[in-house]
Design a protein around this ligand. Structure first.
Ligand code: NI
Length: 257
């Protein structure tokens, strides 16, 4: 069992034309389940289409860099999330890397809180994207009791200090291909130190292709190389990493799958 807990099939250059090929590659690499993550509300019809695939689940939510400044109607997001295979809300969160934090970014924070509220109402875990916004992300999670909904710190790129705070809030930590990059020392430290029963793996494809394919197009099948990277780091069998992270996924979404 190997799960890609964060992919964007609909953003791949060869989707939908080569969907069969993408799924065939998954099979070849032992990838059994996918969570396809939304970045925009406009993704909803595509997400529903993708949800028709076996063992593929979806999320509904708006990425922090999507449509800067735009305020969304809570009810619109809620309506979109009302689908039997929508198991998570996101990706949401804060990104001060691509969004200049010296400008007004209260809209980004408000959208994050809106997603937390929705998770609480719908009883679905959340997928959090946080980049260059460590302190504010954790503060908002604490103030708005994100602990009650739980979820995933996706494509983790921060340090052990933040990982520890997210783990204390009951969150899972998901690693992308970054963990296989030679210079990603602080991310590797987190992957080494953290408890395996709270770890998840992802590709975040089409971005962040893991080694040994860094620089080439990414695909969900390559979550295998993320698992290999983590196995090597932790000096644990590849099978153990696949099995445990797969079980973690099913436990987190137990009530919805
Ligand atoms: Ni993503």
């Amino acid at each position: 069992m190997l799960v890609d807990t964060h992919c964007h099939l609909h953003l791949l250059e060869n989707y939908p034309e080569e969907l069969d090929k993408i799924l065939e590659e998954n099979k070849k690499h032992g990838v059994t389940h996918l969570l396809n993550v939304a970045v925009a509300l406009e993704d909803t019809p595509t997400q529903y289409k993708i949800a028709e695939l076996d063992n593929v689940y979806i999320s509904v939510g708006i990425h922090p860099n999507e449509s800067p400044g735009k305020v969304y109607d809570y009810e619109d997001i809620k309506k979109a999330a009302d689908h039997p295979k929508c198991i998570a809300i996101g990706e949401t969160g804060l990104d001060y890397y691509r969004q200049d934090a010296s400008e007004d970014i209260t809209w980004q924070q408000a959208r994050f809180v809106q997603h937390i509220d929705l998770c609480k109402e719908l009883n679905k875990p959340m997928i959090i994207h946080s980049r260059h916004a460590k302190k504010d992300t954790i503060n908002i999670m604490r103030e708005h009791n994100a602990r009650d909904v739980g979820g995933i710190m996706h494509c983790f790129t921060e340090d052990w200090e933040m990982a520890k705070q997210a783990l204390d809030l009951g969150f899972h930590i998901s690693f992308s291909g970054i963990v296989t990059f030679k210079n990603a020392k602080s991310v590797q430290e987190v992957a080494l130190k953290m408890p395996l029963d709270r770890m998840l793996l992802e590709t975040d494809c089409p971005y962040l292709t893991p080694e040994p394919f860094r620089g080439k197009p990414n695909q969900p099948a390559y979550v295998k190389y993320v698992a290999e990277g983590v196995a090597k780091l932790r000096n644990e069998p590849f099978e153990t990493i696949c099995q445990q992270t797969g079980e973690n996924f099913f436990k987190l979404f137990e009530a919805l799958i």
